[in-house]
Design a protein around this ligand. Structure first.
Ligand SMILES: [Zn+2]
Length: 391
């Protein structure tokens, strides 16, 4: 482990990482429109003598360096902001109305720039045990996510392993949350559009009682899934919207339900769509209504590989003031999962809570990070590469 190289680089350059984060924070860009952020990443990498390539979609960057005859490790971050108005009061608060970096992707980008430049200097000294690919991915915040565009552009070709980290406001700055196995959940979208003849509410037997049918699906689908799927898989179905009718004495002709079904188990995720389809069909069949089901598969769960987690743990434990802590599986989704379909890898949770005051949540207008986390993020990613293969 070349820890002195990390300490020395951070002593000279951590202020640059902080500056990049603040500059990116002030100019957030929405998913698939990260043009200025892409240009900034390219400029910083090129100024360091590297050869960044913009992805064919026009946003997002890949940049390879290091030995070509060694396994190549990917380090990935995401670039996009969110349509959330910022209310942090920071001096470098968002200058873009209604858009903010409330998921911390500004920090992820600055950290990956730092880790990249640190590792590129190690490569120049012949100290790099792996080839490296930096992957600055666009559009993490939209479904199905920019990871698929990056993969289509060949971002995974030749990689043997991939790492990423994500800010976690539930963990204090100075800690890095690690978990082997499922870290995030799959989140699929379910939309049901029901139709019937409609009619007078005094004679539901002469029409099809559409609201009753909606109620049957509303309660039946989550209930049946909870009996048919192992509860230890963390599978949960919830409706977020139900719309139909106006009058108290008229049975409406149509109604719409929208919800999500989430699971932390990859195998359950594979079987979920047919199970939801057949369950809704059987619930509705006796009631005389017709329906269309739109089932939109989201991302699979992020399932962290044990060796990759061990490489991250070794890195965090070498940092000194930082501590590796266990972290639970979350019900949120993350498109980093698509990369793990082809190579092993892991995502770490980077503690960003200042330790004072309430913990703000991701995607909230007051989301902010303790910038001490930036150096720890750089060291975590760089150390995972510099440590080489585990014995
Ligand atoms: Zn995020």
């Amino acid at each position: 482990m070349s820890l002195p190289a990390i300490d020395a680089w951070l002593a000279d350059n951590l202020h640059r990482v902080v500056t990049w984060r603040r500059e990116i924070h002030a100019e957030p860009e929405l998913s698939k429109a990260e043009y200025a952020t892409t240009a900034k990443v390219v400029a910083i990498l090129a100024a360091a003598g590297l050869t960044p390539q913009i992805l064919p979609t026009g946003t997002g960057v890949v940049c390879d360096f290091g030995p070509v005859d060694a396994p190549r490790i990917g380090l990935r971050c995401d670039l996009d902001g969110l349509p959330v108005p910022e209310q942090t009061g920071l001096p470098f608060t968002s200058r873009v109305e209604g858009v903010s970096h409330s998921c911390g992707h500004d920090a992820h980008t600055a950290i990956l720039l730092g880790a990249g430049l640190l590792l590129a200097e190690a490569a120049d000294r012949g100290e790099l045990p792996f080839g490296v690919r930096l992957l600055f991915q666009a559009a993490e915040e939209v479904m199905p996510g920019g990871a698929l565009d990056a993969i289509d552009a060949g971002a995974m070709d030749g990689l043997t392993r991939i790492f990423a980290l994500h800010c976690d406001p539930h963990l204090a700055a100075g800690t890095v949350g690690l978990r082997a196995g499922a870290l995030t959940s799959a989140a699929d979208r379910v939309e049901v559009h029901l139709r019937g003849p409609g009619g007078h509410s005094s004679r539901p037997h002469l029409t099809a009682d559409l609201v009753y049918a909606m109620g049957t699906v509303i309660t039946g689908l989550p209930g049946i899934l909870s009996r048919r799927v192992d509860p230890r898989s963390g599978t949960v179905m919830a409706w977020g919207a139900a719309h139909s009718g106006d009058a108290p004495n008229a049975i409406p002709q149509e109604g719409r339900l929208r919800g999500t079904v989430r699971t932390g188990d990859r195998d359950v995720w594979q079987d979920l769509e047919p199970l939801v389809r057949s369950t809704i069909g059987q619930l509705v069949a006796p009631l005389g209504v017709t329906y269309d089901l739109t089932y939109v598969r989201g991302v699979p769960p992020v399932v962290n590989d044990e060796t990759s987690i061990a490489m991250l743990r070794r890195s965090v434990e070498a940092i000194g003031p930082a501590a590796a802590v266990d972290t639970p599986q979350s019900p949120g989704g993350e498109d980093f999962a698509w990369y793990l379909e082809s190579v092993p890898g892991a995502m770490a949770r980077l503690g960003v809570w200042s330790g004072v005051g309430p913990r703000c949540d991701l995607h909230a207008p007051d989301f902010d990070i303790d910038e001490r986390a930036l150096g720890i993020g750089v060291a975590t990613l760089a150390g995972a590469v510099l440590g080489g293969e585990l014995d």
